[in-house]
Design a protein around this ligand. Structure first.
Ligand SMILES: C[S@@+](CC[C@H](N)C(=O)[O-])C[C@H]1O[C@@H](n2cnc3c(N)ncnc32)[C@H](O)[C@@H]1O
Length: 235
């Protein structure tokens, strides 16, 4: 199992009543969960039949197919709201994750834990969460194959003020200090610099969008220089 998949598994609360993996594809996470003593219900959803069949085959190989409910589902459409308390959406783009969350209004009403790992536009997902009554409860980073992955969990609640750069990076805790956070900062700064270069070429340096990204880049430069706050300092 890859470092990224293992990190996803580690974020799942072990004593939950029900877990849903949306966009399960290979099915590694639900199969891992069934193999590791999770006693709640396990649902595996995918929008397409072919990936779901891969997940079913893997579960059969591990003899846990009777522990997992598999369904073709666009996002959370087939998910029974009262039977899960943890929802994972991983490996999809940030915009797709927000579309799935937007279509499942019921997640706003109950005590769900969301585990999200967007492949792109993590800032859009954090913005969605914070503007829809969620608090980000865990942030994690994994670097693998020259790629830096951002993971976060969220539950209903209020988040304090979040800066534009923090939407991109997450609120950095002391336990993030290390190689992975440096990779994240340089990755984000590179992406933003590319945007700024494009906008300079297009003669858009006076636009509010240019100022917005230039501000984020400046903030990222400061953040990457430290000092870092500790989790305790933020409470
Ligand atoms: C790149 S795979 C990610 C698999 C796994 N979650 C992971 O993190 O490794 C994305 C999967 O999401 C599925 N998918 C895309 N849009 C979806 C949607 N709206 N609802 C459910 N599944 C979706 C795709 O069919 C594909 O199997």
């Amino acid at each position: 199992m890859t470092k990224r998949l293992l990190q996803l598994c580690r974020l799942i609360p072990p004593n939950g009543n029900g877990f849903a993996d949306v966009g399960t594809d290979h099915g590694f996470v639900p199969v891992w969960l069934a193999n590791h003593g999770y006693s709640g219900r396990i649902y595996a959803f995918d929008i397409a039949e072919a990936p779901l069949n891969k997940a079913i085959s893997l579960a059969r190989e591990h003899m846990v197919d009777d522990r997992i409910c598999f369904s073709v589902s666009d996002g959370l459409d087939a998910c029974p709201p009262g039977l899960v308390d943890c929802i994972m959406i991983a490996g999809l783009g940030g915009d797709a994750i927000c579309r799935i969350l937007d279509r499942a209004e019921w997640i706003l009403d109950r005590g769900y834990t969301l585990i999200l790992q967007p492949m792109t536009h993590a800032e859009v997902v954090r913005y969605w969460l914070i503007h829809n009554g969620f608090r980000i409860t865990t942030e994690a980073l994994v670097s693998e194959d020259r790629h830096i992955y951002q993971f976060f969990t969220a539950r209903a609640g209020n988040c304090g003020a979040v800066s534009d750069a923090e939407y991109c990076t997450g609120i950095i805790h002391a336990d993030h200090i290390g190689e992975d956070i440096s990779i994240l900062y340089s990755d984000l700064m590179h992406r933003i610099e590319q945007k700024l270069v494009g906008m300079r070429r297009a003669d858009q340096v006076d636009s509010s969008t240019f100022r917005f990204y230039a501000g984020i880049k400046q903030e990222l430069e400061k953040l990457s220089a430290g000092p870092f706050t500790t989790a305790a300092e933020q409470d």
